[in-house]
Design a protein around this ligand. Structure first.
Ligand SMILES: [Zn+2]
Length: 313
């Protein structure tokens, strides 16, 4: 990315939207965020207003005037990156076929690119975070759901219909529990935040004092609670099946795991690594690292920046 250029990152989520203005050296100059409004257009108009205000403020800092090199959007739903269109957003009716890049690019007079958030986060961890230096990696979100972004042979791999990386919907339990996607036994049904809460809800019918969420399990596991430690080990076994499948197909050098793995750290990652040692050929394990994401609270903002950087060349 050119050091003397400005990049705009738009993190377009179903609950929150953030607009950040970045200097080319990776410095956040300013940011605005708000709770997602029900209709798409007012959000995009607000993003344009926010961008103009941030650009104006940046122009007053005494630095030489710089124009916007590119806009990058991380979209919280399926995206057509070739057309720059947000196809839909889960739980937001009316957000269908939103031409985000045309609207933002024309209003701000800059090239605009968009990726779905899992792909954008994979790019960010690869460029600035735990994936630096790797040529082949998979990033898994591990939050409410499980999405993945794949960097293969040194570039983002999207697939023929931009659906590559739907790793949360690989089937790990034949005829298992139903998933929101319509299939049964998906990895996400067991190992995502929602999946963990669902497994806990079933156990809590017999034992109401048990933790209810991934966060509570992690907190209690840290305090040494045996149920919670075993629950994380069981979650690791599910997750390991998904990662082993990916490893046999992709032979990556790094798996980078988001939110829940960042929070639980070794309590989840150690049993996960042990399970992978059991499931994978030694040759596949060689040089394979399983690490938590490292960008923390900056991940969403830097995901949009990573897309902008690629759009701006
Ligand atoms: Zn599914």
């Amino acid at each position: 990315m050119a050091e003397d250029s400005l990049y705009l990152g738009v993190d377009l989520g179903g609950t929150k939207i953030a607009v950040g203005l970045w200097a080319g050296r990776g410095e956040l100059l300013g940011k605005e965020r708000w709770e997602t409004l029900p209709e798409p257009r007012p959000n995009l108009e607000r993003a344009v207003e926010a961008a103009r205000a941030l650009l104006e403020r940046a122009g007053k800092t005494g630095e030489p005037a710089r124009s916007l090199a590119a806009v990058g959007v991380s979209g919280g739903g399926p995206v057509d990156p070739e057309r720059g269109v947000l196809l839909s957003v889960p739980n937001l009716p009316g957000w269908d076929e939103v031409p985000v890049c045309r609207l933002l690019g024309e209003a701000l007079d800059a090239p605009c690119a968009m990726e779905n958030d899992a792909n954008a986060c994979a790019l960010a961890e690869w460029l600035y975070g735990a994936g630096r230096g790797a040529r082949d990696l998979a990033f898994l979100t591990c939050s409410t759901g499980i999405g993945a972004g794949l960097i293969l042979d040194g570039r983002l791999y999207r697939g023929s219909r931009h659906l590559a990386g739907e790793a949360g919907h690989q089937i790990i339990v034949p005829d298992g529990d139903p998933c929101g996607c319509g299939q049964r036994g998906c990895l996400e049904t067991y190992a995502s935040g929602a999946g963990m809460a669902r497994r806990l809800a079933a156990l809590r019918r017999e034992r109401p004092g048990l933790p209810a969420t991934a966060r509570e399990v992690t907190e209690r596991a840290r305090a040494g609670d045996e149920f919670s430690l075993e629950f994380l080990r069981e979650t690791a076994r599910y997750l390991a099946l998904g990662l082993a499948n990916l490893a046999y197909i992709l032979n990556p050098e790094r798996f980078i795991l988001g939110t829940i793995a960042v929070g639980a750290g070794g309590l989840l990652l150690e049993p996960l690594r042990a399970e992978l040692r059991r499931l994978l050929w030694p040759a596949l394990l060689e040089g394979l690292e399983v690490v938590p994401a490292s960008l923390g609270d900056e991940l969403g903002d830097r995901a949009a920046l990573a897309v902008a950087e690629r759009a701006g060349g």
